[in-house]
Design a protein around this ligand. Structure first.
Ligand code: NCD
Length: 358
């Protein structure tokens, strides 16, 4: 009806008010390289508050009410998809799910059609997993919504790296006897991390190495020669080792990667048995670790191949903590992308959520 009314006389020109002071907002999380060390620190600090929310009897806040998050998964996933969707719901966002490992989304055009169709329904964020490296970056060029990379080919998996860093920081805080929310990222300086296994095909390793190096950790890749990336340009590591036994006693964190058999890793190995003999974390090998050292794995685990049952279930394994922390970390990432520049940052968030100590 207002279209039939005469237009209101133009308001006298007023000076444009300065933009409100607030947190700088990021549009997307496509790579760990979209963050700097302070940005990683901010995700971890916001996670501290949201982890407290997750521990409540009703683990839900209104922070993203009215926002819509779609999970667009063109590759198999259990934990990452459920983790993102749980995270979005705990922030009171609406969640749409698109799951397809079928060929209709494997060609660029079809993916574009799918994405534009979903975007037309009104979406604030796309969480994208795709077998092709660079697909989430493509999606970001097609839509106005925020895009989070939930794993693209062999390229990156930034939220996995962030949840791994959160878990390491939690372990460091416990070892020092301080509440995790009172620690920064200082504990990463000089931390000795070994990333073991199928580095060549691993988006997890690429993102984790970037994040750890930004925080000052010293990462060594440990793998048979065939599973080391052909070029280590852009891999800020202190070295590559083919001798896990020699390195184990010197590590604070041993991070095992899954052999990516669906990506053809079998062709790079004489046999799985030989791989396990040289690089599997067996109980005998785990006994060589320093008493404080922890074992990590992004899941899903090939038990009996890269990790023995006894090691996966031992107290020094923090695999399930990684999964648990994943929800709070993804809540933090969605919050930082979607809540807007005027929403409280890490410092005030605890108070606004009614979190103890905030
Ligand atoms: C990882 C992935 O899909 O990249 N899993 C995960 O997200 N937790 C690691 C893997 O599949 O090996």
């Amino acid at each position: 009806m207002s279209a039939l009314r005469a237009p209101a006389p133009a308001a006298p020109a007023e000076p444009v008010p300065p933009a409100p002071e607030g947190r700088p907002t990021r549009r997307h999380l496509l790579s760990v390289a979209d963050l700097d060390p302070a940005g990683i620190g901010e995700v971890l600090a916001v996670t501290d508050h949201l982890a407290e929310v997750v521990r409540r009897s009703i683990p839900r806040v209104q922070a993203l009410r009215g926002r819509t998050v779609v999970s667009l998964f063109a590759e198999e996933s259990t934990r990452t998809r459920l983790s993102f969707e749980t995270a979005a719901r705990r922030m009171s966002a609406d969640v749409m799910t698109f799951s397809s490992a079928s060929s209709s989304v494997k060609k660029g055009e079809s993916l574009r059609d799918t994405v534009e169709t979903i975007a037309a329904m009104g979406v604030d964020a796309f969480v994208v997993r795709h077998p092709a490296a660079g697909a989430p970056a493509q999606v970001a060029r097609w839509v106005d919504a925020h895009v989070v990379n939930a794993g693209d080919g062999w390229h990156e998996h930034p939220t996995q790296a962030l949840l791994d860093c959160y878990t390491i920081r939690q372990v460091l805080a416990e070892a020092a006897g301080v509440p995790v929310a009172q620690t920064g990222t200082e504990g990463f300086a000089g931390l000795r991390v070994g990333i073991v296994g199928d580095v060549r095909h691993s988006r997890v390793a690429r993102s984790l190495v970037l994040a750890l190096s930004m925080l000052g950790a010293r990462t060594t890749l440990v793998a048979p020669g065939t599973l080391v990336p052909p070029s280590l340009e852009g891999w800020p590591v202190v070295g590559v080792s083919h001798d896990l036994d020699a390195l184990l006693p010197d590590l604070d964190v041993v991070y095992l990667l899954r052999l990516q058999l669906e990506r053809g890793t079998g062709a790079y190995l004489p046999s799985l048995r030989e791989y396990t003999a040289g690089f599997g974390l067996t109980a005998r090998r785990a006994a060589r670790l320093a008493p404080h050292a922890v074992v990590m794995h992004p899941g899903p685990m090939n038990r009996g191949v890269e990790i023995a049952d006894e090691v996966a279930d031992a107290t020094r394994s923090v695999v399930l903590r990684q999964v648990a922390n994943g929800v709070a970390v993804r809540m933090a990432v969605l919050y930082l992308l979607l809540a807007g520049p005027e929403a409280p940052g890490a410092d005030e968030l605890g108070r606004s959520l009614g979190v103890a100590g905030g």
